[in-house]
Ligand binder design. Structure first.
Ligand code: ADP
Length: 179
């Protein structure tokens, strides 16, 4: 069977996680690879409905996503997870569970700086936080623990989406995960 794996794209809101995951998924699917993208917003609407943004709820959300990703990956799917996952210990728990099951796990830090993310502000979250309409925004008034040892760190400012997606693609190819 084809080797499955989970590719977790962690980073701040508007860093480029979803955009890169979607572009990469298109490329891989076109090449016949079975790919699933576990979108954070979709997950929060269904699988994690009712969870908020406390540290504990964020951890529960990440563990649930990690569980589903691991299941899919164990069946040969390449699972792309563009989800903030701000806490190092939550990410580590997901990695450890994959490793315990012998399932591949790759961490990509989409390391776009907060000042670039806040200008992009795809969902208007930074503006709402600045206007006092929202609190607990990751990277602004809520923690983001920068991954110390990601498998790949990319900075998207000054790169095209294609270049960023290609950087992740190259890593996966190197690890034999693209076919
Ligand atoms: P996230 O999922 O991390 O919250 P999104 O992918 O929704 O962020 O939004 C990132 C925004 O940044 C998009 O509007 C995208 O077009 C833009 N962008 C600019 N350059 C890049 C790049 N090199 N890679 C990814 N996104 C980029």
């Amino acid at each position: 069977m084809t080797t499955g794996a989970t590719v977790w794209l962690t980073g701040l809101p508007s860093a480029g996680k979803t955009t890169i995951a979607t572009a990469l998924a298109d490329t891989l699917r076109a090449a016949g690879r079975r790919v699933e993208v576990l979108d954070g917003d979709e997950i929060r609407e269904f699988l994690s409905a009712g969870l908020g943004f406390t540290r504990q709820d964020r951890d529960t959300n990440v563990q649930r996503i990690g569980f589903v990703a691991e299941l899919l990956a164990s069946h040969g799917v390449l699972v792309l997870v563009p989800v903030i996952a701000p806490y190092a210990d939550s990410r580590e728990a997901v990695r450890k569970r994959h490793q315990a099951q012998g399932t591949g796990y790759v961490e990509v830090h989409v390391a776009t700086p907060v000042d670039v993310c806040s200008v992009r502000d795809v969902k208007g979250l930074y503006a709402r936080q600045a206007a006092g309409e929202l609190t607990g925004l990751t990277g602004v008034d809520d923690p983001y623990e920068v991954p110390e040892n990601p498998d790949l760190r990319i900075e998207t400012q000054g790169s095209t989406v294609e270049q960023s997606a290609a950087a992740v693609h190259a890593l996966l190819a190197e690890k034999g995960l693209t076919i």
